[in-house]
Design a protein around this ligand. Structure first.
Ligand code: AKB
Length: 321
């Protein structure tokens, strides 16, 4: 049975992955860490330690004290924030990653960290982007992600650390909103549809990016971590996707449930430029072939589920509790 340490456990992926991992491996087998603690059920439901991932000594102590054998390193700044604060992004994203890899090396832990469609750039083939292709991103986030993929490869080849990674597209969920990403519009649109019946998109109509519903992302992480090492060739990191969508496509799907829903566009040039530098759609065939990746949700099924869950979350009776 694995004993797992998660960094960034209160973030968008962490807050749901933590619950899922505790269901699978047991509450005491998953140690949550984040830079702050809040009074959410997640933070209070099992082992939790405050950790700034740039503090390598503390990270080592926590991992050693809890005798973990697996590290899932999620703490990082997303693309739009990283672009606004590039030096902070370099220090946090790369500093945190190398600290976590060092702990994995010293304690012989299995290791997972997410990469992103942000690891591609404007010279990458835009449609059906291959697993192995040109990676010359023009954002600080992209530079971090490419360097991170290479660093994880290095720790595998040089030190034998069992590093594994996934290039995630935009992740959509109703539990914890993302913050500072370029694909965040695809989450906000559902919240605003339920709360106000309209949304102003900062991403231009006709801009395609890959997306995936959170349950598929969680399943992908667990499946990859459980996969037989002998099957895995592209360990850092696998392309995965569930859908390639533009804002108007999500809007028209929402309208099937909320016919009066309206979308307007007020484009944010900074985030639009990032979006345009990324692929329109990526090819997940290596993940499918090497460890059986398959997304369950498409735009239709995800939209139904998001709207149902958010309507419950924001219904007057739930809000009054
Ligand atoms: C972002 O928009 O920065 C992230 C990502 C695709 O990596 N959601």
């Amino acid at each position: 049975m694995k004993k797992i340490l998660i960094t960034g456990a209160l973030g968008q992926i962490g807050s749901e992955l933590l619950v899922k991992l505790r269901e699978v491996y047991g509450t005491d087998h998953v140690v949550a860490t984040d830079i702050r603690k809040n009074d959410s059920e997640i933070a209070l439901s099992g082992p939790f330690e405050i950790l700034d991932v740039t503090d390598s000594k503390r990270m080592f102590e926590i991992a050693k004290n809890h005798q973990v054998d697996t590290i899932i390193h999620l703490a990082a700044l997303l693309s739009a924030t990283a672009e606004a604060k590039p030096l902070l992004a370099w220090n946090l994203n790369m500093g945190g990653l190398v600290n976590a890899l060092e702990v994995a090396r010293e304690l012989s832990c299995q290791f997972f960290t997410p990469s992103s469609i942000g690891a591609f750039g404007p010279t990458t083939p835009k449609e059906n982007t291959p697993q192995e292709t040109i990676q010359r991103p023009t954002t600080m986030y992209g530079v971090n992600k490419v360097a991170g993929e290479l660093l994880c490869d290095y720790y595998f080849h040089k030190f034998g650390v069992d590093t594994r990674g996934i290039r995630f597209p935009g992740l959509i969920s109703y539990v914890t909103p993302p913050g500072g990403g370029t694909t965040d519009y695809a989450v906000e649109i559902y919240y605003e549809a339920v709360k106000r019946g309209k949304y102003t998109s900062y991403i231009e109509k006709g801009t395609f990016m890959d997306m995936m519903y959170m349950p598929d992302a969680l399943k992908a992480i667990i499946t990859l971590m459980e996969a037989n090492a002998a099957q895995i060739k592209h360990r850092n990191a696998f392309n995965v996707t569930a859908m390639s969508v533009a804002p108007e496509m999500i809007a028209s799907e929402i309208r099937k449930h909320i016919p009066e829903f309206e979308i307007e566009y007020h484009v944010d040039p900074a985030r639009q430029a990032i979006a345009e530098s990324w692929p329109n759609s990526i090819d997940p065939s290596a993940a499918r072939e090497e460890w059986g990746f398959a997304a369950e949700y498409n735009l239709q099924t995800m939209t139904s589920d998001m709207l149902e869950k958010l309507s419950k979350k924001y219904s007057p009776s739930t809000m009054a509790k």
